[in-house]
Design a binder for this molecule. Structure first.
Ligand code: NAD
Length: 292
């Protein structure tokens, strides 16, 4: 790594807090080495109220790009010169591209989800979807799937403040992607949940339910709602196979875990920064070598 760094080396990075656990520096630096690109990637602990200063730094240090994680994703929107359609509709940015001081904010979480499904042989275009959740991850997925031509999206969320966000997303998508039918339901409306899942091609858990230390939690407790033709995907990647995915697999459903979404959202950002395809397979092989 040190041998790579020279006077010409450009800086890229990640902002958010906490960031100490992030796998992004390892992933991007591997890819820069792989492609022989003269960049180095570091993670910076930045709180929400420091985003403005961080954006000044992106310009001053002529960083080519910067990833954004919690809690800075919503705040970053205010400081962009331009937004991608997904970032504008979601109201959040996870990838910033700096073109000579002009900052464009993108949201690649949804792209990561769609590309991960594609890598598993599942296409979103034309599909009927049920998406549980209305937080950051679920909203990014809802918006990208609507942009990518899903036929319908039924959003279910508990009666918490995120339910209002679901209604806001549905209203935005009604204007932005009128060909995709978006409906919102409360999670305790089990009759609607059963009906919507029965008519769906893809069911997605976009909530933190099932994530460690609550790995025993699942939002689908009545397994008769599932059928083998249904694809079941989860955003949770810790554990790699959630209870929902294990039970859906046992029913005979094709299942897709959240780990790939993380990788593919990074791959989408990498392409925006460099114009190159991320060496996903090579990086996965490298991770295996490292015993991860
Ligand atoms: P968030 O706080 O923005 O949203 C949380 C959502 O979960 C809300 O819809 C809330 O109503 C719902 N929720 C929380 N606890 C629940 C429970 N017990 N039962 C039912 N619903 C519940 O969070 P987020 O940033 O959207 O993250 C959600 C999950 O997605 C986390 O597990 C996170 O690790 C994961 N995530 C994965 C990726 C990926 O690339 N795979 C990316 C982002 C987030």
């Amino acid at each position: 790594m040190e041998q790579r760094i020279k006077g010409t080396t450009g800086l890229m990075g990640l902002i958010g807090s906490p960031i100490g656990h992030s796998g992004s520096p390892d992933m991007y630096n591997f890819c820069f080495r792989y492609h022989g690109l003269d960049y180095a990637y570091l993670a910076f602990d930045i709180k929400e109220d420091q985003v403005g200063e961080a954006m000044d730094a992106v310009r001053t240090l002529r960083m080519r790009g910067c990833n954004v994680t919690m809690p800075c994703k919503n705040e970053t929107v205010k400081y962009m010169d331009e937004l991608s359609a997904a970032a504008r509709i979601v109201g959040a940015v996870n990838t910033i591209v700096n073109d000579n001081g002009r900052l464009t904010g993108h949201m690649t979480d949804g792209v990561g989800f769609v590309n991960n499904l594609r890598a598993n042989g599942v296409e979103v275009k034309g599909s009927r979807m049920v998406i549980l959740g209305a937080g950051g991850a679920a909203t990014a997925i809802q918006v990208q799937c609507a942009l990518d031509g899903a036929a319908s999206i039924s959003i279910f969320n508990p009666r918490d403040p995120f339910l209002e966000r679901a209604k806001h997303t549905a209203a935005m998508l009604e204007t932005e992607t009128p060909e995709c039918r978006v409906q919102v339901f409360a999670m305790d409306d089990t009759e609607s949940l059963r009906r919507e899942i029965a008519q769906a091609d893809i069911l997605v858990n976009g909530t933190s339910a099932g994530m460690k230390p609550h790995a025993k939690t699942t939002l689908i407790t009545d397994l008769t709602m599932l059928r083998p033709e249904l694809v079941v995907a989860d955003v949770v990647y810790n554990p790699l196979e959630t209870r929902l995915l294990r039970e859906a697999r046992e029913v005979g459903c094709k299942t897709v875990g959240g780990k790939g979404m993380l990788l593919w959202q990074g791959a989408a950002a990498y392409q925006l920064y460099t114009g190159l395809e991320m060496p996903v397979e090579e990086y996965q092989a490298y991770l295996k070598e490292q015993g991860e």
